[in-house]
Design a binder for this molecule. Structure first.
Ligand SMILES: Nc1ncnc2c1ncn2[C@@H]1O[C@H](COP(=O)(O)OP(=O)(O)OP(=O)(O)O)[C@@H](O)[C@H]1O
Length: 207
């Protein structure tokens, strides 16, 4: 497998969405928007092999259907809007000690690893879910409104951090976003769900 694969959706059908096709190149970020309930999260779940769907997803030369679901999900990593936590402390969810620069970029010190999950705010959970996802060593990222609970300054920091990692590690990223400003800042392409279809939208020319 190549280290910097393209993520390709080929005729994905799920819920009311039919035959969604798009390609996200390595290191590139595409944003996905659309009205509430239009199917953004379900589309990401289909790409992550968490819901049955029509069509095929490719990561480079590897087809989703050729791998067990857990192996696919380890490569094509979904960070859902609401993260799940199963152990008591933050550190128990991480496979290794995170890089100091990643902790700092997300606004944490190393002591966060000893924090109880029950004390985390929504925004802390959201940032730590991102840290946990990248710690698994994915090859592609699916982000469902990853800054929804964050203030403006923190949002900008998280955007810069994600963009830097996507570029450096060659991840294709599919990112659900509602804010046109965010889409203009992070995305090279913008797809909008319109009924049963996905439409390409202009990305702001001043980007
Ligand atoms: N497993 C399922 N089976 C059937 N319908 C579902 C299932 N999961 C979600 N839905 C429905 O599919 C539609 C799309 O849901 P989805 O969560 O993808 O919306 P969304 O575009 O992400 O919305 P929002 O912006 O509000 O988060 C909704 O009407 C939802 O109720």
């Amino acid at each position: 497998m190549t280290t910097s694969p393209t993520l390709r959706l080929d005729g994905i059908g799920i819920g009311t969405l039919s035959a969604v096709s798009l390609s996200v190149a390595a290191g590139d970020i595409h944003c996905l928007s659309g009205p509430s309930g239009s199917g953004k999260s379900r589309l990401l779940r289909a790409v992550a092999d968490l819901e049955p769907h029509a069509g095929q997803v490719w990561l480079g030369e590897v087809a989703q259907s050729s791998l067990p679901a857990h192996a696919w999900r380890a490569r094509v990593m979904l960070v859902p809007a609401e993260s799940q936590w199963w152990a008591d402390s933050v550190g128990e969810h991480l496979p290794a000690f995170p890089a100091a620069e990643d902790l700092a970029a997300l606004g944490f010190e190393a002591s966060v690893l000893g924090w109880q999950v029950s004390r985390l705010s929504s925004g802390e959970k959201q940032r730590l879910a991102l840290l946990r996802a990248i710690a698994q060593g994915p090859s592609a990222l699916l982000l469902d409104e990853p800054t929804a609970n964050l203030d403006d300054a923190t949002t900008r920091r998280v955007e810069a951090w994600l963009m830097g990692h996507a570029r450096q590690r060659g991840w294709p990223v599919l990112w659900v976003a509602h804010d046109p400003g965010q889409i203009a800042r992070v995305a090279s392409r913008h797809w909008r769900i319109d009924g049963t279809e996905l439409r390409a939208e202009e990305v702001a020319p001043w980007r």
